[in-house]
Write a protein that binds this ligand. Structure first.
Ligand code: IPE
Ligand code: IPE
Ligand code: MG
Length: 252
């Protein structure tokens, strides 16, 4: 079912979102507010990731997708970019075996070719080690852009079927970088901005959106519970009327 789009089929809606996608924003401001360098916020942000992974397991979430570095983040000062790369590497070294012991499957999506060979290798090893784990799938979006994802999928499709003249949604979706997961049920952005910033453009078509002022390093268990509570109050209609939704609920 993972490759079917919400614009074509109505997914089953569970009380707990099966897939949560998060833009982890506000690390820099968290640090600046404390008169600390921005990097201190990024380090704190890594700790918040660990907490969120545990919290998602406790809540029964199946897929957690985290925006760690966007294709636009290369525009930051070189020093900040290289610190972020180093932190990513350290986090992989520290966390992968613990993740594996907790039956977590780790995936990294994005244009990885711009990363150092060492980092690419660590990513490949981590993915290989954890590939059969099924408790929670954690996806890190690194050098990821929603437009890149769609264009990349298009190019892969063209390469697989040269000469193809028309395509449908179901031709394209298997080539998207997250084809292994259902589309996100809940999107969370911390840090107060209300924008998508070129995150999962295709996959967020029918996702419930949740924005919070809380900076990412302060986003913990209780904040996640609040977001899930908000999600539970939504009525996901997927184009239908409210009466139709109630009718389907009664029938099931
Ligand atoms: C998000 O926090 C982390 C990355 C983009 C890597 P920011 O670094 O964007 O923090 P703010 O938005 O400047 O506070
Ligand atoms: C989005 O955050 C990307 C990540 C969290 C990795 P940014 O802080 O880069 O987003 P904009 O540029 O303010 O929209
Ligand atoms: Mg930001």
């Amino acid at each position: 079912m993972a490759d079917l789009s919400t614009t074509q089929t109505i997914p089953s809606v569970e009380a707990i979102p099966q897939h949560i996608a998060i833009i982890m924003d506000g690390n820099g401001r968290w640090a600046t507010k404390r008169f600390m360098p921005r990097v201190a916020g990024h380090s704190k942000g890594v700790e918040a990731v660990r907490v969120m992974v545990e919290a998602c397991i406790e809540q029964g979430v199946r897929y957690l997708t985290l925006f760690a570095f966007s294709s636009e983040n290369w525009r930051r000062p070189e020093e900040e970019v290289s610190i972020l790369m180093r932190l990513f590497m350290i986090a992989l070294d520290r966390e992968v075996s613990r993740m594996h012991n907790n039956a977590i499957c780790l995936k990294v999506v994005g244009d990885l070719s711009r990363f150092s060979e060492e980092l690419q290798q660590k990513i490949r090893q981590a993915e290989m080690l954890t590939k059969d784990n099924t408790r929670l799938t954690v996806t890190i979006c690194a050098n990821y852009g929603g437009r890149w994802d769609v264009i990349e999928a298009m190019n892969k499709l063209l390469a697989a079927r040269p000469g193809i003249e028309q395509i449908s949604e179901s031709d394209l979706t298997p080539y998207l970088s997250m084809a292994y997961a259902p589309e996100p049920d809940l999107f969370i952005r911390t840090g107060g901005e209300q924008r998508i910033s070129n995150f999962l453009l295709w996959q967020l078509a029918y996702t419930e959106l949740y924005f919070t002022e809380t900076y990412w390093p302060d986003f913990g268990r209780s904040e996640l519970a609040k977001a899930i509570q908000s999600y539970q109050q939504r009525e996901r209609r997927f184009g239908r009327t409210s009466a139709q939704v109630l009718e389907t609920k009664k029938a099931s």
